[in-house]
Structures are given as structure tokens and as C-alpha cells.
Design a protein around this ligand. Structure first.
Ligand SMILES: NC(=O)c1ccc[n+]([C@@H]2O[C@H](COP(=O)([O-])OP(=O)(O)OC[C@H]3O[C@@H](n4cnc5c(N)ncnc54)[C@H](OP(=O)(O)O)[C@@H]3O)[C@@H](O)[C@H]2O)c1
Length: 298
């Protein structure tokens, strides 16, 4: 791509930083060649860039580790089970990728603490955190809240606790450290279907002036209490995959809150967003997933 065009693309990127129209255009048009060239030109990472991925032993987490390492970053694959994590990391190491392993159970505060200490001693800090670990016990179209506590604890509190423990270790840099929370459209606040019925609560969660950690925690604990009491079906919660939807709704709200709270860090520069193109052989229907990672600066 000629240099003036690259400058134009960069300028458009600045202008459209909020809407990311340009990135979406590249993705949706499947202009693979240009897309890769474009991303390469914006390369802000090196082998010194350290990324951590939770739940990296399989699924989307494993593929994220593989692609980040393939792009040249040093990636810490974490997993709650040491044996499966080590095995997964070794597969990638054998491909010549720079992948390290450490145990991390996002439900276990001691495991999070030990991991943070290890990171500090071994790498001094990190640049990218991908909160991917998650659970969903709903099958097919069936909704089940049988495991609601575990779903909310893993998807929301796990993401929150890991993030809060690792933020002090995130290195400020000219391009900004990045936190990526892997969420789901089921957690949308204002989707046409499958949303919270309580308009007032939706507005409070959407408004950065009223959004708080306490409000998010109160929302999920009210849901869990209603599950325990057997009254959740009339509580106005999302109808589809209720426990999972509530957990991801909380993740989305927490992501917006963190973006606001961390916005005064001194990190500067572009790009603040990037995407990974994922050929999803792990996906049940064999479809190709374009995973657009909306990165907040940490
Ligand atoms: N697949 C989809 O269609 C889809 C769509 C939207 C969003 N997502 C989200 O994408 C993320 C990954 O999904 P996936 O489809 O790749 O799921 P997956 O194949 O079931 O993998 C989930 C990963 O999370 C790990 N995990 C679960 N609990 C954990 C804990 N307490 N501590 C640490 N790791 C834990 C699992 O470890 P074990 O191997 O030990 O169980 C596994 O590595 C999740 O956040 C999910 O909600 C997925």
C-alpha cells in the first residue's frame, strides 16, 4: 500500500476511533491481504511485549495464545489445571512460539496472588491481559440456572479479580497497555430481545455517571438471591441463557467502568484497538470467526 494511503488510513482510524468503521470495513470485506498489511504497519508490539491469556488451554483462549505468539509477542498461557495447560503450552512451544505457562484459577484468590507474584518476579510486568476464562452450562436452546453461582463467579468475579490484581503490574507504554475482556452479545444492555426488563436499572448501568462497581455487584447478587429463592423467572432478567447473560452483562458493565477509571493513565498513542483473525477449527459448526478485540487502555 503506498505511503500516502497508509497515512490516510491512519487518519481515518483516528477519526473513527470510537466507531471503528474502518476496521469493520476491512474485516467485513475480507480484504485479507490489505488487512494484514494494514495491521502490520501499525505494529506496536515486539517479543518484549508480554501478554497473559486466562483459560488458554483450549477453545478461544488457546487460539488467542497461538495467534498472539504467532504475531511475535511473548505469551503466558494460563490454565486452572497445570497438566492441561502445560500440554497446550508445549504444543505451541514445539512450533517455535514464545509461550510460557503458569497455573491460574480465576476462582481462587490464592492462585491469582501467586500468579501475580510470579509475573512480577519473572517478567517484571505485563502489557496485555486477555480475560478469556469462562463457563456456560446452558445447552442448545435450554436455559438453566442450576450453576448460576459458578457462572457469575467465573465469568464476572473471575474477570474482575484477575484484572484488579494485575493492573498494578501493567506497564505504561507509549501505545498503552491493553485489557481485553472476552464477552458475548448475550450480555448486551440494550439488545432488542434478551435484555433486562428494568429500564431504570438499564439506564443506571449504561450511564457512566451512575455506573459503579457496587451497582454491578448488587445487580448480580440480586439475581443470585432470586435464583436461590426460585423467584428469578419473574425478576425481569434476560430470558435466553439467563445466568450466562447476566454474567456477561456484568462483564460489559465492568469493562466500561474500568475504561473510565483508567482513562487518566499517562499512556498515549494509537492503535487502541486491534483485531485477531481467527480460523476457528475449534468451533462446532466449523465457521470462521473474526474476533474483534476491543482494547481498553489500562
Ligand atoms: N464459544 C462461543 O461461541 C463463545 C461465544 C461468545 C463468547 N464466548 C466466550 O469466550 C470465552 C472462551 O469460550 P470457549 O468457547 O473457548 O470456552 P471453552 O472451550 O469452554 O473454554 C473455556 C476455558 O475457560 C477455562 N476456565 C473455566 N473456568 C476457569 C477457572 N475457574 N479458572 C481458569 N480457567 C477457567 C477452561 O478451563 P478448563 O479446560 O479447565 O475447563 C477453558 O480453558 C468465554 O469467556 C466465553 O464466554 C464464547
Amino acid at each position: 500500500m503506498p505511503a500516502p494511503l497508509i497515512s490516510l488510513v491512519r487518519w481515518c482510524c483516528v477519526v473513527h476511533d470510537q466507531s471503528s468503521l474502518l476496521y469493520m470495513w476491512i474485516v467485513s470485506c475480507k480484504l485479507e491481504f490489505w488487512g494484514i498489511w494494514f495491521v502490520r504497519d501499525l505494529r506496536w508490539w515486539s517479543s518484549e511485549t508480554v501478554a497473559v491469556v486466562t483459560g488458554g488451554n483450549r477453545g478461544i483462549g488457546f487460539e488467542t495464545v497461538r495467534q498472539l505468539a504467532d504475531h511475535g509477542l511473548t505469551v503466558i498461557l494460563t490454565s486452572r489445571e497445570s497438566s492441561t495447560g502445560l500440554e497446550a503450552a508445549n504444543v505451541l512451544k514445539e512450533l517455535g512460539l514464545s509461550v510460557d505457562f503458569h497455573q491460574l484459577d480465576v476462582l481462587d484468590s490464592l492462585s491469582i496472588k501467586k500468579f501475580a507474584e510470579w509475573i512480577e518476579q519473572t517478567y517484571g510486568g505485563i502489557d496485555v491481559l486477555v480475560n478469556n476464562a469462562g463457563v456456560n452450562y446452558n445447552l442448545g436452546a435450554d436455559n438453566s440456572v442450576e450453576h448460576a453461582q459458578n457462572v457469575v463467579a467465573t465469568n464476572y468475579y473471575g474477570t474482575k479479580n484477575v484484572t484488579q490484581s494485575l493492573i498494578p503490574l501493567m506497564r505504561p507504554s507509549a501505545v498503552g497497555a491493553r485489557i481485553v475482556n472476552v464477552s458475548s452479545r448475550l450480555g448486551r444492555l440494550n439488545g432488542r430481545r434478551n435484555r433486562l426488563e428494568d429500564k431504570d436499572l438499564r439506564e443506571k448501568l449504561a450511564n457512566l455517571e451512575t455506573l459503579s462497581e457496587e451497582l454491578i455487584d448488587r445487580t448480580v447478587s440480586t439475581f443470585l438471591q432470586q435464583v436461590e429463592e426460585g423467584t428469578y423467572t419473574s425478576g425481569g432478567w434476560p430470558q435466553m441463557f439467563t445466568d450466562y447473560s447476566v454474567s456477561k452483562l456484568a462483564v460489559n458493565a465492568f469493562t466500561r467502568l474500568m475504561a473510565k477509571m483508567l482513562s487518566d493513565r499517562p499512556d498515549e498513542g494509537l492503535p487502541r484497538r486491534f483485531y485477531l483473525r481467527m480460523k476457528a477449527s475449534f468451533c462446532a459448526n466449523g465457521m470462521e470467526i473474526y474476533m474483534y478485540l476491543d482494547c481498553q487502555r489500562a
